[in-house]
Design a protein around this ligand. Structure first.
Ligand SMILES: Cc1cc2nc3c(=O)[nH]c(=O)nc-3n(C[C@H](O)[C@H](O)[C@H](O)COP(=O)(O)O)c2cc1C
Length: 173
């Protein structure tokens, strides 16, 4: 006997892009700058679509729009670094949300072992070698093999409902 299909799964209703954006605005996210090193060039882009995949093997994923400069640089350099921004780094987030000619001018950073920039004062930096990629419409899901991690004792920067935020003080029980 054939299993009955769940109602609504055969022909999902078309959902308006603005409705999807409105729904996703309810998701508070940490803010990262994904840095790259390829073609003799360093770059960085602000990204919230970053997620842990597994600790062992060490994997994370980043969802990157094909229209960004970073997309080609990740693919060609076969590496990227995820810099998780600290609460005071909202100006860096705004800076790296634009395409820049001199992205790192005046910024304090170190070169990781992949060559990708590691931003000073980030809450954490995870260096990755490109492990796998999956195409998803306008975006590519890049899966990174984490090869080195640097952490600092810092509270994170958050992005929620179109604005940068900080954690509220922890409530006492
Ligand atoms: C808060 C915030 C989060 C973003 N998250 C992403 C993301 O996860 N993936 C993405 O492709 N672009 C994201 N963007 C847009 C990129 O930062 C933006 O397109 C950037 O200019 C790309 O730089 P590039 O072209 O130099 O690589 C985000 C922008 C903002 C402001």
């Amino acid at each position: 006997m054939m299993a009955a299909a769940c109602p609504g799964t055969l022909r999902p209703p078309a959902v308006d892009a603005e409705a999807v954006k409105a729904g996703m605005r309810a998701l508070a996210a940490g803010v990262t700058v994904i840095t790259t090193c390829a073609d003799g060039r360093l770059n960085g882009m602000t990204a919230t679509a970053v997620c842990s995949v597994s600790a062992s093997p060490p994997r994370l994923l980043a969802v990157v729009n094909r229209a960004t400069a970073s997309h080609g640089l990740i693919a060609r350099g076969a590496a990227f670094a995820v810099n998780i921004l600290a609460a005071h780094q909202d100006r860096l987030a705004a800076r790296f949300a634009q395409r820049l000619d001199q992205p790192f001018e005046g910024l304090a950073f170190a070169h990781g072992e992949t060559g990708c920039p590691l931003l000073d004062e980030a809450a954490a930096s995870l260096e990755c070698r490109l492990h796998d990629r999956h195409e998803a419409g306008t975006h590519t899901i890049f899966v990174g093999e984490v090869v080195r991690v640097r952490t600092a004792d810092a509270e994170p920067l958050l992005y929620f409902a179109g604005a940068y935020r900080r954690l509220a003080p922890q409530r006492s029980a």
